[in-house]
Ligand binder design. Sequence first.
Ligand SMILES: [Zn+2]
Length: 426
Amino acid sequence: MPYKLFFKLVLSLLLLNTAVYSQDKVYVKKLVKKLASPAMHGRGYVNHGDLKAAKLLASEFKKADLQHFGENYFQPYSFPINTFPGKVDVKINGKKLKPGSEVVINPITNSVSQSYELLWLPDTITQIASIYALVDTNQLAGKMLVIPEGVSSAYRRGIPGVPALFHRVEKAMWWHVSGAGNPENKLRLKIKADALPPDATTISVEAEAEFVPHYQTQNLIAFVPGSVQADSFFVFVAHYDHLGQMGKKTVYPGASDNASGTAAVMDLARYYAANPEKAHYTMIFALVSGEEAGLLGSSYLAENPPFDLNKTRFVINFDMVGTGSEGLSVVNGKVLPEYAALMEQLNTQKSYFPDIRLGGESCNSDHCPFYKKGVPAFFLFTRGPENREYHTISDTPEKLPFTAYESLFGLVTDFVEASSTTLFNR
Ligand SMILES: [Zn+2]
C-alpha cells in the first residue's frame, strides 16, 4: 500500500473512532465517585441528600452549556416519606448490631424505643398460616417473633396481627424505601442470620423516625435543540436519588443504583452539547428523583412535561449500567420489536455487547410512566458479576468498573442516529 493511502486510511479510522467513541469514562467514574460520596448522604431524604446531588448535577449541566426550559434546570415537586434521620440502635442481649450490614429497619416503621422478649419460631416454618397455628397473636405484646428465612414476605409485607418481627436472612442485607409514604405502628426488622446468636433472648430497639408529609424534592431537565426537527424529542432519563440514610451514620452510596445511569446521561448531555449536529431531534436529559420511593419523579415528569409528550419519539432509561461483562438487558424489548431489532443489528455490526437480552414490559424503573402514556421507551441495564451490591451499603464506586461503558455509549448514540431518520417517523 502506498504510504499516502495508508496514512489516509489511518486518519479516517482515527476519525471514525472519535465519532463513535466520544464517551468520557474517566468523567463518568469521577462523577459517580462524587455522587456516591458520604457528603451526598445517599441522595435521599436525610440531610437533603437529594438536593445536594441535584445542585452538583445542575452545575454540571451548566458547565456543559445545556439549555433549560424554565428559569433553571429544576422541576420541583413533593411527596410524603418516612425517614430515619436520628438514632437507629438495635441490641441483642445487650450487644449492638451494625445497621446496614447486620440489621435493617422497614421504612414504614414509626419511632420506637422498647425492649422485647424474643420468641423463636422453628426453621421448618415457611408459611404465614403455620405461624397462626403455633402462636396466639393476641399474646404478642412485649414480644418479638423471630421469623425463619423461609417466610420470605415477612419483612416486606408484614404478618397480620404480629406487631413486631425479626426476619432472619442468610442473603445480602438489602434495604428499600418504597411504600414509606404511609408509616404504621408495626416494627419489622431484618437481621443477618449470623448476627443473631441461637441463644439470644432479648432485643432492644431505639429508632427515631420522622415522617415528612410534603418532602420537597426536584427533577432536573436539560436539553440540546434538534438540528433537523427541533419540535420533536428524544428523551434520556435516569434517577439520581437513592435510599439516603438509615440513622445518623449508615449511608447508602448507590454507585450502581443509580449514580451510574445518572453519570451516563450526563456524559450523553455533554456529548450532544458538544456535537449539536448529532441532535436530529431535541435531545432531553432528565435526571429524576423519587425513584426509590416509587417512581415518583418520573411519574411527575410524565404528568407535567415541559415538552410535548405526543411529539416524543423515544425514551431511554438508564438504571444500573456500570457492569456489562455478561451483556445488556432491554426492558420492553419484546413489546417494541422494531426498535429492538435495530438495537440488536447495531450491536452485531459493532460487536458492542456479548449478548443483548430482550425483556417484556415491567414497571420497575423510570421508563414506565412514559411508556404508560404511549411513548415508546426502553429501560437499559447492564449485567455481570462485577457488582451485585444492589440496595446494600456496599454499592460503592470502587466496586463498579464500568466494564462495558464504551459499548453502551456507542450503542446508544448509534441507535439515536440510525433511528432518527427511519423508525421514529411515527
Ligand atoms: Zn434502586
